[in-house]
Design a protein. Sequence first.
Length: 337
Amino acid sequence: MSKAFEASLDTKNFAIIDGYAKAVSVLSRSNTPLCSISGGSDSDIVLDVIHNVDEKKKVRYFWIDTGLEYRATKEHLNDLEKKYGIKIERIKACKPIPVCCKEYGQPFLSKYVSEQIMRLQQHGFQWEDKPLPELLEQYPNCKIALQWWCNAYYSPENGVVKMSRFSIGRNKWLKEFMMANPPDFKISNKCCEYAKKKLAKLLIQEYDADLEIIGVRKAEGGIRSASYKTCFSESKSKGCNSYRPVFWYTDSDKKAYEEFYGIQHSRCYTEYGMKRTGCVGCPYNPKVMEELEIIRKHEPKLYTAAQNIFGDSYAYTRKYRAFQKMMKKKAKENTNA
């Protein structure tokens, strides 16, 4: 029995115990594991789990510098290296976030929403409310984005059927807002692709990794966690399996782990008061306006940088939120009338 697994029994927490058992099993079958470190709270637990079970010290750790990172996160990486006696390789993004936003467009609301809006913009879409079959005739090479826009799928065999929960209807009154306020700036999800995803794939090839370890939790929600069904995925196509050690952790499991193992997070959490960390001032954060105030107070230079990079998206988001409040008020008035 692994010492790390044996120690986990004292937590009396099933998710933690089961997670350690799985970690021991997965690591034992890997020769060249590669672990992504972000400096965030989930990543801190992933690192602790993996380091505790990596008895042969075969895991390689890396951190991607997106070109827009908290000073507190960089300091935390140094603390983690000292605590665990490891080296976390700092890797520059293929294209840093400022370059991506200037070249492709700014992120807005979520990765999936940004991708669909980007596709529509590329086809000169006029933000009009027409039946899906009619729009498909008008824009024949934009089927996926049009289906998102119309909240429906279409096929000659089945006609129009309701789309998944990730359609435009997921964001209330977004369609109505965009028809009334078409975006006058480029929107794109490319910053994630070039600042993180593409580089991670290149590192897997460069290091000939047979296992990638990432910090994704199902409880996070969103399309990222929904794209996975379990904590482990085999991939014959890219020759590298994927493992998510904290995938099944609920918020209470996470808290239990932090308390039992004495996990210390970065100053972003302990001093700044953040609930999550990611790219600085990322418009995908539903509470980005609150985050901006924190950044302005604690890291003013980054605040200025974020405003310069994402300014159009921030303004558009504020306008959308105001539109939502207006529509909600109207709906309430109509109900009470």
